[in-house]
Ligand binder design. Sequence first.
Ligand SMILES: [Zn+2]
Ligand SMILES: [Zn+2]
Length: 243
Amino acid sequence: MTGTLFLSLVLTSAVMTAIVAVRYLAISGGFAWLSRKVRPGIYDGLSPQIRRELRWSLLSAAIYGIPAGFALWGWKEHGWTRVYTGWDAMPLWYLPVSLFIYLFVHDTWFYWTHRWMHRPRPFRVMHAVHHASRPPTAWAAMSFHPFEALTGAFVVPLLVFLVPIHVSMLTAVLTIMTVMGVTNHMGWEMFPKWLVHSRVGAWLITASHHQHHHEAYSCNYGLYFRFWDRLCGTDRGLSPNAG
Ligand SMILES: [Zn+2]
Ligand SMILES: [Zn+2]
């Protein structure tokens, strides 16, 4: 019995790893293709770097797949998580609230661990891999050292055990996470100027904000929102090179 449980856990983790890897290849591949169309020559001469970004990202997929597989297994086999499917299980207003809670908690965790990883020793050991992409490309979304991938791998899989979320909102969280991870690294801004330079845009992180992190290093540490960067005085605005 225990053997069967273990096997189903291993299988679910393997399936999740494959899903994360295919999702990465599809979304990064799609935006890399679009980048070459919209900004011809943008990745010229970067082939060796892109190969490295691919290798690190696929390794990260395996690291993300294990806790994600455990969460999926706990949900499907045991009903342990707080993921719900019925529309009447919680009030409708809770749908956007849960989406925001997940993004904000993830953003908070990312900001502080990312800031810590810019201290000299953690930077050398685990974060230099991500910054070896100069400039990053659409393939750099999951280009992390395994230690860094581990710091991010548990946030959403842990949250699903603690904070109720409708499966549609969980899908939205994972989509935003994947698409923003890719587009923030692709080297150009896909959102219109009127949004990026608006009052709402002043609180959101898109390519022009994260590009500046890759140029200047000691600023713009956030993931989705500029809240922590602004509060802690680490927000240095947008990159002039990602317009
Ligand atoms: Zn960094
Ligand atoms: Zn980055």
